[in-house]
Design a protein. Structure first.
Length: 359
């Protein structure tokens, strides 16, 4: 974990992801500051809970820096010298996630040519960060709960339990309480993970962090580009503060990077910041937005204007895929939501490459 402090003498820490230069196309936030009062309060809470062994649940929108916070909790804990292993639970198919988390023995399934330790074993003595925990299938949630209770894992294809010494930090960009109420997430697992709850505020709601982050990214990218010192003009600062930042810290980083590529005379001006007009409209939208049906109708009209081929098939695919992910990859629930049979849904998901035909 990289942890450093601003050079201007301010005691608000700046934390960054290791190898942040290699994450140019990532959606993750690569830096976090604690200057806004709400961020200062969060940092104080992190310092309180980090030394404990309690599981932590981090909630925040995409791009708010959940992995950064998880790494900082690890760095301030007694496990700091152990491994920090980050796993995106939504990155694996339902058929692979059990093997990835808990490991497998040779011959446990087709293609298992050798035994392999899972991420729990890899993180032993340290911290396991489970990002997008809400994407876990219900069957894996049951096994994860057992692992957290028993402090041991059983590899796929084995009957032997392997003791583990791992602190779990989970993260999600959805309200797990709502997923629990809808039957998509186990209530007992929710409480097991949520011993400590850390909620990350969206960047638009902690404006005191915007300019310090912008200055950091200006300095970071001008060094990468081989520029000298670059200043931020007053009109650019105003534009940065007025934007809604729906993409949070990652969006801010991308905006600053682009602005540095087009700015002149080593000054970043308001005109250099190309912020999405859609995002700007969202920032100034009236308090009563169009209802979902109206928004869908507008989106369909926009698609019709594009004169796409096989448009109906594309829309059907989008509806089925969205329902499937909304139901946390539960085919039965997604089919029920759409009012179609599971076989029809499954056939389309296989056709579109969303699931494997052997599942």
């Amino acid at each position: 974990m990289n942890a450093r402090y601003r050079e201007d003498g301010d005691d608000a820490p700046l934390i960054t992801l290791p190898n942040s230069q290699a994450l140019a196309t990532s959606i993750r936030a690569t830096a976090q500051v604690f200057e806004d009062p709400r961020s200062v309060a969060l940092l104080g809470r992190i310092r309180q809970v980090a030394p404990s062994e309690a599981n932590v649940l981090i909630i925040g929108e995409t791009g708010t820096g959940k992995e950064l916070i998880a790494r900082h909790v690890h760095a301030l804990s007694h496990r700091a010298h152990g491994p920090f292993v980050a796993v995106n639970c939504g990155a694996f198919s339902e058929s692979l996630v059990e093997s990835e988390l808990f490991g497998h023995e040779k011959g446990a399934f087709t293609g298992a040519f050798s035994a392999k330790a899972g991420w729990f074993e890899a993180a032993s003595g340290g911290t396991l960060f489970l990002d997008e925990i809400g994407d876990l299938p219900m069957s894996i949630q049951v096994k994860l709960l057992r692992v957290l209770q028993e402090r041991e894992v059983v590899r796929l294809g084995s009957r032997k339990a392997v003791p583990i010494d791992v602190r779990v930090i989970a993260a999600t960009n959805v309200r797990l309480e709502e997923a629990v109420a809808a039957g998509h997430f186990r209530e007992d697992l929710f409480y097991r993970l949520r011993v400590v709850n850390l909620e990350l505020v969206a960047l638009r709601d902690r404006p005191g962090d915007i300019l310090p982050l912008a200055r950091y990214f200006v300095d970071e990218y001008r060094r990468r580009l081989g520029y000298g010192k670059v200043g931020i003009a007053a009109d650019a600062e105003h534009k940065l503060l007025q934007h809604a930042w729906p993409g949070n810290i990652r969006e801010l980083e991308n905006a600053v990077h682009h602005a540095l590529l087009v700015c002149r005379n080593q000054v970043l001006r308001g005109d250099d910041l190309h912020l999405s007009s859609l995002q700007l409209r969202r920032a100034t939208a009236p308090s009563a937005p169009p209802d979902a049906a109206t928004q869908l109708e507008q989106a369909l009209l926009a698609l019709f204007e594009e004169d796409r081929e096989a448009l109906f098939e594309q829309i059907e695919e989008m509806v089925m895929r969205t329902a499937y992910h909304h139901c946390h990859r539960n085919q039965v629930q997604a089919a029920k939501l759409l009012g179609i049979s599971r076989n029809i849904l499954r056939a389309r998901l296989i056709k579109n490459g969303e699931i494997d035909a052997l599942r």
